[in-house]
Design a protein around this ligand. Structure first.
Ligand SMILES: Nc1ncnc2c1ncn2[C@@H]1O[C@H](COP(=O)(O)OP(=O)(O)OP(=O)(O)O)[C@@H](O)[C@H]1O
Ligand SMILES: [Mg+2]
Length: 241
């Protein structure tokens, strides 16, 4: 059962006479899969994640289908982009997706508990023990009533992970979630993160510049190749998987 099915999806980004092009001839991701996107700076990781998160509008779309629920029919994202139904994309993101950003993106004036529970509150989900139990699993329960500024960088990244999971999305998209951490802390947090998504049956896509952060955690690695084209004015990355 596929959560993503993309065919011939292209995104071109231009600035100051140079262009970057991301080409996805074919990409299929199964529900519950754990995916790694590894590559050097500028190869297009964030661009692909933003396409999958339906934040960036593709320049060309052959097919783009998203099935957040097993058993339900896939949603035709290409059609939604064509009709510019941006509210519909916003609703899908809010209900079905969670994000972990490189620098956490926590709200500084809310406690850890409120940060983690934010998506649940915005969606009107019940105040059950979800926040506590996810915090427990990530080893940050004792910090729940503190402000993020009182936490270490690693602890803040754990909070960011908890926040992305608390509304039980179908998929979590994580863009270099362990980049600010030392390698040992990065591996440890990534392992916890992968354990949790597996337990909660959530699909996950993690971008990183370092395979060491995710090695041996059972992720499927998307392959991609970057080349200079058109006399060096276009950088093109082709992703398949
Ligand atoms: N808003 C934008 N407008 C124009 N070009 C952009 C824009 N954002 C990114 N790019 C270009 O697209 C290419 C891919 O950028 P992207 O952010 O996807 O790379 P990345 O793999 O995530 O890099 P990093 O590891 O540094 O985060 C880069 O060459 C960048 O200059
Ligand atoms: Mg990036």
């Amino acid at each position: 059962m596929l959560i993503y099915h993309l065919r011939e999806v292209v995104k071109t980004r231009e600035s100051a006479g140079t262009a970057f092009r991301l080409v996805v001839p074919s990409l299929q991701i199964a529900l519950g899969e754990k995916i790694a996107l590894i590559g050097q700076s500028g190869c297009g990781k964030s661009t692909l994640l933003d396409l999958l998160a339906m934040i960036l509008r593709p320049t060309d779309i052959g097919a783009f289908r998203f099935r957040p629920e097993p058993g339900a029919p896939p949603i035709d994202i290409a059609e939604i982009w064509r009709k510019r139904q941006l509210n519909e994309l916003g609703d899908l993101r809010k209900h079905r997706m969670g994000y972990v950003m490189q620098t956490g993106g926590l709200l500084s004036y809310l406690s850890v508990r409120e940060n983690i529970g934010l998506s649940r509150r915005l969606l009107g989900l019940p105040e059950d023990d979800t926040v506590e139990s996810i915090a427990e699993a990530l080893g940050i329960r004792r910090h729940l009533d503190k402000l993020p500024a009182k936490l270490s960088v690693g602890e803040r990244q754990r909070v960011a992970i908890a926040r992305a999971l608390a509304h039980r999305p179908s998929i979590v998209i994580a863009d270099e979630p362990t980049a600010p951490l030392d390698p040992i802390a990065a591996r440890k947090i990534m392992a916890l993160f992968m354990e949790l998504v597996e337990e909660m049956h959530i699909t996950v896509i993690v971008a990183s510049h370092d395979w060491n952060h995710v090695d041996k955690l059972g992720l499927r690695r998307l392959s991609h190749r970057t080349r200079q084209k058109e006399g060096g004015s276009v950088t093109e990355t082709v992703v398949t998987g």
